[in-house]
Design a protein around this ligand. Sequence first.
Ligand SMILES: *Cc1c(COP(=O)(O)O)cnc(C)c1O
Length: 327
Amino acid sequence: MSLSRLDLGSVQTPVEVADRLADALGLGPGDLLVKRDDLLGPGGGGNKVRKLEWTCAEALAAGADTLVTTGAAQSNHARLTAAVGARLGLRVVLVLAGRRRDDAEGNLLLDVLLGAQVVWAGDVDGPGLEAAADRVVTGLRSEGATPFLVPFGGSSPSSVRGYAAAGDELAEQVPDVRHVVVALGSGGTMAGLVSSLGVGRVLGVHCGAVPDPHAAVRRLLSDTPVAHDGLRIRTDQVGTSYGDLAEPAWQAVLLAGRTEGLVLEPTYTGRALAGLAAAVREGDVRRGERTVLVHTGGLPGLFGHQEARRRLRLGASGDGGTPLPQR
Ligand SMILES: *Cc1c(COP(=O)(O)O)cnc(C)c1O
């Protein structure tokens, strides 16, 4: 396993005070900060960049000329793999769950812009998607290419180091941080933060991307000496399924936008904020305790989310826009 890290444009990201949002949640002034990992790296940015700096180092060390990865149709990880592949001069093949379509919205539009090739795996579950990716890898090999399979969500025991470093960065920026709240997808982001900050300070909010979030995070920490008993994971924000709009997450998206001008999306960061709101209501996170919400990115997913688009259209309030005042 390579121990090196590529520099793909990750920088120290800012931490911003969010007092109006804190107040709306029932926290005090200075209690709530937002770590802006949405500002990280190429391709529209987001948390996957910190992980790709490790997995792409492995790919290059293995002599790869092609990156292959998997995801949902609106995968932020797939989009960032496409961006990073372009930057490294590698071909990128994205094996996405779903069926062929001609319109490209949100992340898919960027996948095309960034030059990635999309392969539709059909209506498959996790194992079905992995099997499809294996077939694509085999096909590329038989054509003489040297593909490297980036794991689902970019999460592997080695890429966890990306968020371990982010945890160290955060501890320097906010030495008295008591809670770090983060969306949990494939689990690598939470695992890295836990390995830096310990289980007690990190609250993961499960988004429904994997069947067993505890097992996912534990597996990613299995190479490390980090104790993972007592992981704090909320599983109450998924709603009906990963891709469906969950009402508390949607309300959280509106709240962040309207109190702070902070744009979240319903799949990940909206669920993370809704999980924080629930944790405050239940007394798990209290006034006076320094709390950091990690903004992991995902803005293109908002533009690719059909129900979010439906709810935000101007006509949704019935008028299609306010008419110019008569004078
Ligand atoms: C992938 C993703 C996450 C979750 O990160 P994992 O490391 O997969 O758990 C959170 N937020 C956004 C916007 C993401 O794209």
